[in-house]
Design a binder for this molecule. Structure first.
Ligand code: UD1
Length: 419
């Protein structure tokens, strides 16, 4: 398994092109199953998760071409309505093929998903929404077997708590349903509005995406379209925090500060200067050391759970004590012991953590069990004295496009070590 060797302590200077959002690309890709015409997606990041979903869609019958960020998907005929365990278990977003297959073919058999090891992550809300839309659902040996021989029907769906995946899955299922679907307490993440934009370009009728109530009027058929995936807000936050950890100045091109939601103000309060420019965002540090800022993870526009681990790495060398409360996932502090190996002072109590800033971290061999936690170790490594070896790079390959190349171009000493 590949590793990343990082020699810390070098400020970052230069430009980083922010990639298209992984979490949006994976959902708009699933939309390709809803039409027999071609869907062209641009600004698609070259990531292991994108490849994995492309393999699954190919297995359902989509013809796929991926070249230089442009992904075309043409599901003229659906040749299989079964999504096997091997292709779904590694990535939770694969589960989103269930609704589109059901909407188009009236049946589907999809393995229950896997993904990052950050808690139980059930799919009960997805299944309840599909059941409300008339699907008959059975669970059998790790598979969801669903049927809707007369098609899905519009329904009023109130999510008991905000779920990005359930909101998107319901949207993907409702666009071809008979009648009107209303989703209450919908997630408001920018990726939801991006999915709605793509579906609308395909002929869907959606109102309110990006707000708490989404109204979808089902249509008989969708057609081909072209859609540009929005910039990755988590990657944007990651490079901004890298500047916070190391100093220097980066221009993050092709992105937008508003996508960061509450994280923008938090980073500014912590001591980053973030300015919008024609190209994107210019990020630098106003003080030698960042200041501690307390955070609570919340659905968008709150502080994103996907930046929580990275922010803890930044706060590990901040002045003062930071309190971090994780409210989205129950088991998302696995990076804490690894950061502690580098000299961070972190105590964890259930869903709360306290980070007491130290002057300097020290490089160490570390590893993480999920994607975002791995990135927090990279940020810590960039800030630390000496060498950090980040193991299990395959997590990073799932979600951060050309990570070491982008960092090297800005002066970081980071190298992939092949095993
Ligand atoms: C998506 C993102 C992930 C991000 C998360 C929260 C993708 C591919 N992944 O994940 O990076 O961290 O949003 O912003 O877009 N839940 C249930 N039952 C369900 C569905 C969810 O209990 O049926 C729970 C989850 O376990 C979690 C919470 O709801 O505790 C929120 O999860 P959700 O918003 O659905 O996250 P994902 O869509 O899986």
């Amino acid at each position: 398994m590949d590793k990343l060797a990082i020699i810390g302590g070098r400020p970052l200077y230069g430009e980083v092109a922010i990639s298209g959002a992984k979490n949006s690309a994976l959902k708009v890709m699933a939309a390709a199953l809803l039409t027999d015409e071609k869907l062209t997606l641009t600004n698609v990041p070259q990531l292991a998760d994108v490849d994995m979903l492309a393999r699954l869609l190919a297995q359902h019958g989509a013809l796929i071409d991926f070249n230089d960020g442009t992904l075309t998907l043409h599901a003229k005929d659906i040749v299989s309505t079964e999504a096997p365990y091997d292709l779904v278990r590694k990535m939770r977003a694969s589960f989103n093929v269930l609704g589109p297959l059901l909407a188009r073919e009236g049946k589907a058999k999809v393995s229950l998903p896997g993904g990052c090891a950050i808690g139980a992550r059930p799919v009960d809300l997805h299944l309840k929404a599909l059941a409300a839309m008339g699907a008959e659902i059975e669970l059998d040996e790790g598979y969801v077997i669903a049927e809707a021989p007369d098609g899905l029907k519009g329904a009023d769906i109130t999510l008991p708590f905000v779920s990005v995946g359930a909101t998107e899955h319901t949207m993907l299922s409702a666009v071809l349903a008979k009648g009107v679907t209303v989703i209450e307490n919908a997630a408001r993440e920018p990726e939801i509005a991006d999915l709605a934009k793509c579906l609308a370009a395909m002929g869907a009728k959606i109102e309110g995406a990006g707000r708490s109530t989404i109204r979808i009027e089902g249509v008989d058929r969708l057609h081909g379209a072209e859609h540009r995936v929005l910039p990755d807000r988590i990657e944007t936050g990651a490079y901004a925090m890298a500047v916070g950890a190391t100093g220097g100045e980066l221009t993050l091109t092709g992105t937008d500060g508003q996508l960061l939601g509450a994280a923008l103000a938090v980073l500014e309060e912590a001591g980053l200067k973030i300015d919008e420019t024609d190209k994107g965002l210019r990020v630098r540090k106003s003080e030698e050391r960042c200041k501690a800022v307390d955070i609570v993870t919340q659905p968008y526009p709150g502080f994103p759970t996907d930046l929580q681990a990275l922010f803890m790495a930044l706060m590990a060398t901040a002045e003062g004590a930071t309190s971090v409360k994780e409210t989205i996932f129950e088991n998302r502090f696995m990076h804490a012991p690894e950061l502690s190996r580098m000299g961070a002072k972190i105590s964890v109590d259930g869903q709360n953590a306290t980070v007491r800033g130290v002057a300097r971290l020290k490089g160490a061999p570390v590893m993480a069990t999920d994607l975002r936690a791995s990135m927090s170790l990279v940020i810590a490594g960039l800030a630390a004295e000496g060498q950090t070896m980040v193991n299990r790079v395959y997590h990073l390959d799932r979600g951060f496009e050309r990570l070491e190349e982008k960092l090297q171009n800005c002066g970081a000493l980071i190298e992939r070590v092949k095993d």
